[in-house]
Design a protein around this ligand. Structure first.
Ligand code: FES
Length: 280
């Protein structure tokens, strides 16, 4: 007798004996991701018209502040004071350009290949499976051993890129603590609402990034015996501690990075005023 004949029959799509609201989590994930993808795409395209008008809606400099949206950092070619250079003349005039286009692939690629997110969006967007112990729509399972999903293995390399972004965003938060005097041109240390939001953004993204499964392996998970390399063992425990709340930090950091862009955009476009607690 064929071994496959002894297996229970595959459930039809959506069939389950689970009594709980198993569909709720995939639905919330679907709505949350969709909202973020739509907003971040819209925000990235705002830079196209900014480049034409020469007025950045992704950077706020009112009251001497220096707040840059995380969707636009680092700004390789742009029009804010953070820009490393201007858009080169060889860029075709018919091709739309936004400084966000040059960098958003990195955080997007990091999240897209994240082990937590994979588990979440395979359920909520592809219904493969739609949830544990619930009938799925496909008859065969190819997994991540074949193209295209084998590409997900680049996650360990995306981690290095994401770690550099944390340093850059922390530096942006530091720059957000310095306010330029309009008369003397001198910079003064201060704290505004934007400073706090940008600092928390770097912190939340750091807590998400440094709880990465790839880092956990890199820093000590590869060892057969942690006791033989106590420093690695301690670092491993530290990353494991963040890793246990990886899903929570994934969502908090996703929400906060979007919120940081919203706040700076609203200030830059004159819809709200940044409140500065103090300047020295
Ligand atoms: S596993 Fe989620 S960031 Fe690496």
């Amino acid at each position: 007798m064929d071994y496959a004949d002894t297996l229970p029959k595959q459930r039809p799509f959506g069939a389950t004996t689970r009594p709980d609201a198993w569909w709720l989590q995939p639905l919330v994930v679907f709505l949350g991701f969709s909202a973020f993808i739509i907003y971040s795409t819209w925000a990235a395209f705002q830079g196209v018209s900014d480049m034409k008008t020469g007025i950045p809606s992704y950077w706020y400099g009112g009251n001497g502040a220096n707040y840059l949206s995380p969707f636009y950092s680092p700004e390789f070619w742009g029009i804010s004071p953070h820009a490393i250079g201007k858009l080169p003349s060889w860029w075709p005039s018919w091709a739309p350009f936004s400084p966000a286009f040059l960098i958003l692939w990195a955080p997007a690629g990091f999240r897209f290949t994240c082990y937590y997110y994979r588990g979440a969006y395979y359920k909520s967007f592809w219904a493969d499976p739609i949830n544990c112990a619930v009938g799925e729509p496909r008859k065969s399972y190819l997994g991540e051993k074949y193209f295209p999903l084998i590409i997900q293995n680049v996650h360990r390399y995306m981690f290095y890129v994401a770690a550099v972004f944390i340093v850059i965003l922390a530096y942006d938060a530091w720059l957000g603590m310095w306010f330029k005097d309009a008369v003397t041109g001198k910079e003064h240390f201060g704290i505004g609402v934007g400073t706090i939001i940008m600092t928390l953004n770097a912190v939340f993204l750091g807590l998400y990034t440094f709880g990465c499964h790839s880092l956990r392996h890199l820093i000590g998970g590869f060892l057969d015996s942690k006791s033989k390399a106590p420093t690695c063992g301690k670092a491993y425990n530290c990353v494991s501690c963040l890793n246990r709340k990886h899903m929570m930090w994934a969502w908090i950091s996703l929400f906060w990075v979007g919120f940081t862009d919203v706040y700076i955009r609203l200030c830059a476009t004159g819809h709200i005023n940044d409140f500065v607690f103090f300047k020295l």
